[in-house]
Ligand binder design. Structure first.
Ligand SMILES: [Zn+2]
Ligand SMILES: [Zn+2]
Ligand SMILES: [Zn+2]
Length: 357
């Protein structure tokens, strides 16, 4: 019962309750959270970030007339920039043979994501792709909306072992115009864009996946999958640990080097450009995002939940608590969509008869 263990994991709530490690004092003298999403920096703020986004993800699946929609889980990857070793994560399944000729086991993690031939690997191409991935997603979502106007999405960008981004998107389309998963996948995967920096064409890799689901069916499975993806959000770059095997480390150095030397904008001078893009293998995108509410659109969240709204609700709750404390009448329950996430997801998982994906 992995699902139960995951949903019941008490550490998330505990971590959150421990509070921010590096609170910042504002000019008005109020203490606020450091607000990082990086777990190694501040576990409590990172958990808050993950929880907030998880709530937004859920509110676009469960908080509306779900029977009117079809949902999809779409994964898009980057193209190949040279062969890498294929090392399985668990020893359960028999892995495919690697390009180097051997069949790796999970014990070969020192080679995971490492190029087969570093001397011919396209490091510059890879960091440029990371840099332009945002423009490519922009073209992709516009292309999908041109075909299916009701489309809304929630996306998480995750690092692959080779140091390139890939995208998990939960997509919602009104049933009356909903395409087959294959049609959606192909429309997304074949979208192309042009780099705003060097004009080069930017494309997705051949590997893409799309599954359809019903929120009144196996939606909880998808939410479990998303929560899993959201855990990657808490890491800064592909590897966040201090103890890195030497081949992996060399690969990271080569990528960092390429990112240091590329231009991040048409008039960037890499020598003395301070943009963080040069430090994140070229990536500039936000890690998580969702389609926004406009005059003509619901946006991803049926209830209009955004991080701004969440921050405001939290602030209002604390302010009212402070007022009530003064009046010796402390409310025990925080506002529902924010602090009660663990309990809520547990209810959803149980109610929907969760099974392992
Ligand atoms: Zn913090
Ligand atoms: Zn290999
Ligand atoms: Zn730059």
């Amino acid at each position: 019962m992995r699902a139960q263990a995951h949903a019941d994991d008490p550490s998330a709530a505990e971590v959150l309750a421990r509070g921010c490690l590096f609170p910042v004092r504002t000019v008005t003298g109020v203490w606020v959270r450091c607000g990082t999403r990086i777990k190694s920096r501040c576990p409590s703020c990172a958990e808050l970030y993950r929880g907030d986004w998880a709530a937004i993800a859920r509110s676009g699946v469960f908080d509306g007339p779900v029977e009117q929609y079809r949902f999809y889980l779409l994964t898009l990857t980057a193209p190949s920039f040279g062969g890498v070793h294929r090392v399985p994560r668990d020893s359960g399944r028999k892995p495919p043979r690697c390009g180097c000729g051997s069949t790796h086991t999970s014990g070969d993690s020192a080679l995971r994501g490492v190029p087969l031939d570093p001397s011919s690997y396209d490091y510059a191409g890879q960091v440029a792709w990371n840099r332009d991935a945002g423009v490519l997603w922009d073209r992709t979502r516009r292309r999908m909306r041109d075909r299916w106007d009701s489309l809304e999405y929630f996306i998480v960008r995750e690092w692959q072992d080779r140091g390139v981004l890939h995208i998990h998107a939960v997509v919602r389309i009104v049933r009356t115009e909903a395409p087959s998963p294959d049609a959606l996948r192909d429309a997304a995967r074949t979208a192309t864009a042009f780099s705003k920096v060097d004009g080069a064409s930017v494309e997705w890799g051949a590997q893409a996946k799309c599954d359809a689901f019903r929120a009144d069916g196996d939606g909880a499975k998808t939410i479990w999958y998303l929560s899993k993806a959201l855990n990657y959000v808490l890491k800064d770059v592909a590897t966040d640990s201090g103890d890195v095997p030497v081949h992996v480390w060399r690969h990271q150095v080569a990528l960092s080097d390429a990112a240091r030397r590329m231009r991040c904008s048409p008039d960037c001078d890499p020598q003395d450009c301070g943009s963080l893009v040069h430090k994140r293998y070229g990536s500039r995108s936000q890690v998580v995002s969702a389609s926004r509410r406009t005059k003509h659109r619901t946006g991803w969240s049926f209830t209009g939940l955004t991080r701004t709204v969440q921050r405001r609700l939290r602030r209002e709750w604390w302010e009212s608590r402070l007022r009530d404390e003064a009046a010796e009448d402390v409310p025990a329950v925080p506002p529902a969509p924010l602090e009660d996430l663990a309990a809520r997801s547990r209810r959803e998982l149980i109610a929907r008869g969760w099974s392992a994906p």
